[in-house]
Design a protein. Structure first.
Length: 205
């Protein structure tokens, strides 16, 4: 008979399982990771993961949902205490980069992988929507104040595409030896900010 676990023990083991799954999924790819492999990594029986998740897809969804929530929390709290909307916006951008570099496994699973059955996992749908909202929330005060002009969705995706591309080059170690990451990042942020600020200025002239 399986041992009866307390809610805290269940929560603790789920976290251990998700942490191990994040690492294995990122290192080997989801297709190469079986629940037996995951169980072996944790030192438990092959059937133990089934006590917590229905299947591998559910584990992957839980891994990605947790990553999206942690990412969203980092961006939501970035810039707290800053009164200048532009400074807050830059803080959000810096928080995005810091998260990606600190948790590359989670970042890759969030943005470099999609699940065909994502809609079957409400918590993943919720967490990914929360994360997407952080990409535009910091732009709204800039648009309202006339510092930036344009569609917040298009502006956010322009920033996202540029920063994601740079992070991908950094994580793959493909940046030129002459290109310092921080210098490229500062140049990128500066060019985007000036471009959208110029659009706002020209629209008022």
């Amino acid at each position: 008979m399986p041992k009866i676990l307390s809610p805290s023990q269940i929560g603790e083991f789920r976290e251990r399982l998700i942490e191990a799954a994040e690492r294995l999924f990122a290192a080997k790819g989801p297709d190469a990771v079986s629940l037996r492999l995951l169980a072996g990594d944790l030192g438990v029986s092959a059937m133990t993961p089934y006590r917590y998740f229905a299947d591998k897809a559910a584990i992957l969804a839980a891994v990605r949902a947790r990553a999206f929530d942690r990412f969203a929390e980092a961006l939501e709290t970035a810039g707290e205490g800053l009164d200048d909307p532009m400074a807050r916006s830059e803080a959000v951008g810096r928080a995005y980069v810091a998260f990606a570099l600190a948790r590359p496994d989670a970042y890759r699973l969030m943005f470099d992988l999609a699940q065909p059955d994502e809609d079957d996992f409400p918590d993943l749908v919720r967490a990914s929507a929360r994360a997407r909202a952080t990409l535009t929330a910091h732009l709204e005060p800039l648009i309202a104040g006339g510092q930036v002009r344009g569609d917040p969705i298009l502006i956010a995706h322009s920033y996202w595409a540029a920063v994601h591309g740079l992070i991908g080059l950094r994580l793959a170690d493909k940046l030129s030896p002459e290109a310092d990451f921080e210098a490229v990042l500062n140049t990128l942020f500066g060019a985007l900010a000036r471009g959208f600020a110029a659009a706002a200025t020209s629209a008022t002239e």
